[in-house]
Write a protein that binds this ligand. Structure first.
Ligand code: PEP
Ligand code: MG
Length: 895
């Protein structure tokens, strides 16, 4: 027979799924012999059955009354007994903590008779009536569905009539009057009386807690926190203890150590003469626990000892709720405590140092996101005013600078030593120099994988994108915030890429010690030492290699300092911008082969120099160089701007610049409705004569140069956006021809493995065929997500992702966290079929997902060889690859 109710003495921490976190931990504390008021737990299974059928499962009611009888026996009083009532609390408690999302009803067991008994035994009429009015109020709203505001209004009216500043100033007769008023309210609103039968109160309260699992706010919270909807909540029923019985009573919260820094020592707040609910509600100011040490040294010492017991038992930071009833300490709750990133690392290292947890467990207790947070410089938010706007926090960190509205202005001011923030509606590859020059990038359109976001993250540039509540007027060189604030060019603003907030003025920054350590190895303080230890251990246990996406020697060098084991993606398009755009224009506009060859020849030495620099920075490690990928018109001026320029010149009766006319003609010719699905990737290489040859020659000559200089260059050539093996075969033929040519010319045999990106579903589905021509696969999961879902990566996030997240279509953006079911399936198919066709085929990922913790866990289990991510994510990826390798190791429960 299914068992629906557990006494605290029968449960334990391992039953959290059945008893809820709160119930399981109360049971665990009971087993440890800590002073827990007795009680029992109705299981999540009962809740699930109730929610499925709308009725209590068979046998539950009988079990509840049996456990209630046992509780009455233990306490020597009956529930609601008129002369000395047993009172109980009824609280929700799901597997994962959902603070404030579900219901609680206190003081069950009070009625018109037992309130008098309580007054007598407690010696306080005021206390008894205050408890009763709390019950009627909570029961009225939670169980009987009366609008809580109506109770609040009655309270306000009474306080006004009594000229009482707060409810502490109301006396017993005021509160008794309030009880009558509340009861009348319930009758008027529901047509029913507040129930006087204690057992009925209990039953109804339990069912109300069950129902509250499906309340709107609880659903929204679960979606945000990725908590499954089908877990249900348990209900704990526990003897009430009272912190509001006078100055020798009170309630508080404590942590077994400081959750902000991880420093050992009891830490928390106490509120004398108050119930736990009052502490949370913040109705009066709390005092630090050091004050409790003076007020009630005995209880304080006990609390400290219990905290130590719990920390050693749970082998982690615990938080605690407690109540002192007339000098007796009661433990009401404990769980693994939430902590800052700093504290997470410090605590894990310290507990491992003490031998309380293993190095594997210590690694499991810290997260990549926490490490990422430790790496960002941050604003001193206490010194920031209200935010001007909010957008998508696309690339974390904090930076201030003068707002500028185009790339050239950003470059000009930065060259003059100014700090600038580039503000655009959205960015294009043309904005790259400005993005390099700027401290931060702010856009009013686009999501986390928009151009601005991807490029900014790649460079470690702070970025907030899709800030729809600013209107950017590039022409007038200003933006207007929703509150009407106008920010003109040159005005300082501050951009917080970790929260998405934008502030007026320059908010001061706090430097990050972790970043200094990663950059230079400088170890300052215990948090940095803890970070170092975690990373070292992750490097020992991980199977996945970590590479970086980098396309400059500086980024490559930084990535290497951060621990990258090579470059997984060198995007070459950034090498065609700035000064070099003129040459690209010439190549595109060239009428014949000779003109094109001339333009390409001018580009060749520049590209060679780029590659040589990167190969030098990554000497001895693999560098995967991708052939040009984006549509060529991205290197030409904007179509509308050109058209306007030509039209204005014509309208003024003059002759437009012939070069402008020529360019406009080319831009019009190359215009595509869906450029992301157009002439790009390998297609470009196959139709633009000489383009692939020039790039491969630049790579090969750079390799030869490095070999002659005594280096160990390990270039790999990667072909983007392949859909068919035939495309790859053709491209590869060209690559082989040029490599051989250069080998002959230089006398240095150049061998570069040639592989492909897997970015199209067709490539994944025909991976067996493609592997015949590919020496490696690199999953371009940005495009693979785009093409699998049919989502335009530049548009959808700002357009409708928030609605999709709200509706639960997905729990997180598939551009951020890999969609395992769809895109992940394609990855698995491609790995399996690719390796079957070519044993030992090397596989990696170079889309944004390569730096995302949850996705990294997937890539580990899918058997990939490496992940590649932006240099600044490399330490995070190392840590997460280590955590992924731990598999089933207990990693604590810090949700
Ligand atoms: C990808 O598509 O995942 C990728 C890495 O290429 P890009 O983002 O440059 O299109
Ligand atoms: Mg791509």
């Amino acid at each position: 027979m299914v068992r629906y109710v557990y006494d605290f003495r029968d449960g334990g921490r391992d039953l959290a799924g059945l008893l809820g976190g709160k119930g399981a931990n109360l049971a665990e504390m009971t087993r440890l012999g800590l002073p827990v008021p007795p009680g029992f737990i109705v299981t999540t299974e009962a809740c699930r059955a109730f929610l499925a059928t709308g009725a209590e499962p068979d046998g539950m009611a009988a079990e509840v009354s049996r456990h209630l009888s046992a509780l009455e026996e233990t306490t020597g009083r009956l529930l609601g007994q008129p002369d000395d009532p047993l009172l109980v609390s009824v609280r929700s408690g799901a597997r994962y903590s959902m603070p404030g999302m579900m219901e609680t009803v206190l003081d069950i067991g009070l009625n018109d008779d037992s309130v008098l008994g309580l007054a007598k035994v407690s010696g306080s009429e005021r206390f008894a009536w205050d408890s009763y009015r709390r019950l009627v109020q909570m029961f009225g709203s939670t169980v009987m569905g009366v609008d809580p505001a109506l109770f609040g209004e009655a309270m306000v009216l009474l306080k006004g009539a009594r000229e009482a500043p707060d409810d502490v100033h109301l006396d017993a007769s005021d509160l008794a009057w309030l009880v009558e008023t509340y009861k009348r309210l319930i009758r008027d609103e529901t047509g029913q009386d507040f129930p006087q039968d204690p057992a009925g109160q209990l039953r109804q309260a339990v069912l109300a807690v069950f129902r509250s699992w499906n309340a709107g706010r609880a659903r929204v919270y679960r979606r945000r926190e990725h908590i499954p909807d089908d877990l249900g909540t348990a209900v704990t029923v526990q003897r009430m203890v009272f912190g509001n019985l006078g100055p020798d009573s009170g309630s508080g919260v404590a942590f077994t150590r400081d959750p902000a820094t991880g420093q050992p020592g009891l830490y928390g707040d106490y509120l004398p003469n108050a119930q736990g609910e009052d502490v949370v509600a913040g109705i009066r100011d709390t005092v630090p626990l050091s004050a409790l040490e003076r007020l009630d040294p005995r209880s304080y010492r006990q609390l400290r000892d219990h905290a130590q017991t719990l920390e050693r038992h749970y082998r982690d930071l615990c938080d605690i709720e407690f109540t002192i009833e007339r000098g007796t300490l009661w433990m009401l709750q404990t769980r693994i405590g939430k902590r800052t990133a700093e504290a997470a690392f410090a605590i894990a290292a310290e507990l491992a140092g003490e031998g309380l947890i293993t190095p594997d467990e210590a690694l499991g207790r810290v997260h990549g996101e926490q490490l990422g947070r430790l790496m960002f410089p941050r604003f001193d938010t206490g010194r920031a005013g209200p935010a001007l706007a909010h957008g998508v926090p696309a690339s974390p960190g904090a930076a201030s600078g003068a707002a500028v509205f185009d790339s050239a202005e950003a470059v000009r001011r930065a060259a003059a030593g100014e700090r600038v923030v580039l503000v655009r509606e959205e960015t294009t590859p043309d904005d790259l120099p400005g993005m390099v020059a700027a401290r931060a990038v702010l856009t009013s359109r686009g999501g986390k994988t928009s151009h601005a976001a991807v490029v900014a993250r790649g460079m470690g540039r702070v970025c907030v994108c899709g800030a729809q509540d600013i209107a950017v007027d590039t022409g007038a060189r200003r933006f207007t915030a929703r509150d009407g604030t106008v920010v003109e060019e040159g005005t300082f603003i501050s951009v917080d890429g970790s929260t998405g907030a934008v502030y007026a003025g320059a908010v001061p920054l706090v430097a990050s010690a972790t970043m200094r350590y990663l950059e230079s190895g400088e170890q300052t303080g215990s948090v940095v030492a803890a970070v170092a230890r975690a990373l070292e251990h992750a490097d020992v246990v991980r199977r996945l290699e970590v590479r970086a996406n980098a396309d400059t020697p500086e980024d490559a060098a930084r990535a290497r300092r951060f621990g990258a084991q090579g470059i997984g993606l060198c995007r070459t398009e950034h090498m065609f911008l700035g000064e070099r755009r003129k040459l690209v224009e010439e190549m595109i506009l060239a009428r014949g082969d000779a003109g094109r060859a001339k333009a390409l020849a001018a580009l060749l030495p520049l590209q060679r120099q780029d590659f040589a620099g990167i190969l030098r920075a990554m000497d001895g490690l693999p560098v995967t160089i991708r052939l040009l990928d984006p549509p060529l018109h991205e290197f030409l001026p904007d179509r509308t701007e050109l058209a306007v320029r030509v039209a204005v010149a014509e309208a003024a009766g003059g002759q437009p610049e012939p070069h402008d006319v020529e360019l406009l003609d080319a831009v019009n010719r190359m215009h595509e409705q869906n450029p992301m699905l157009g002439l790009r990737g390998v297609r470009l290489g196959l139709v633009v004569p000489g383009l692939v040859a020039m790039q491969v020659r630049a790579v090969a000559e750079a390799v030869a140069e490095r070999v002659r200089a005594g280096g160990s260059p390990r270039a790999e050539i990667m072909v983007p956006l392949v859909g068919s093996v035939e495309e790859l075969r053709l491209a590869r033929e060209e690559v082989a021809r040029v490599l051989a040519e250069v080998g002959e010319e230089t006398g240095v045999a150049v061998h570069c493995p040639v592989g492909t990106m897997i970015e199209l579903p067709r490539a994944a589905l025909t991976a067996g065929r493609i592997a015949q021509e590919a020496e490696f696969f690199s999953f371009g999961t940005n495009d693979l997500t785009q093409t699998t879902w049919g989502f335009s990566r530049d548009d959808v996030e700002a357009a409708f992702f928030s609605a999709y997240l709200d509706k639960g279509v997905f729990a997180s953006s598939p551009f951020e966290t890999l969609d395992r079911e769809g895109v992940g399936r394609l990855v698995r198919i491609a790995v399996e079929e690719g390796r079957a066709a070519r044993p030992g085929l090397q596989t990696g990922v170079c889309g944004e997902h390569g730096g995302d913790p949850e996705s990294i866990r997937f890539f580990h289990t899918a058997g990939l060889d490496y992940v590649s991510c932006s240099p600044f994510r490399v330490p995070v990826a190392r840590l997460e690859a280590g955590r992924a390798a731990l598999g089933g190791t207990d990693t604590g429960d810090s949700r």
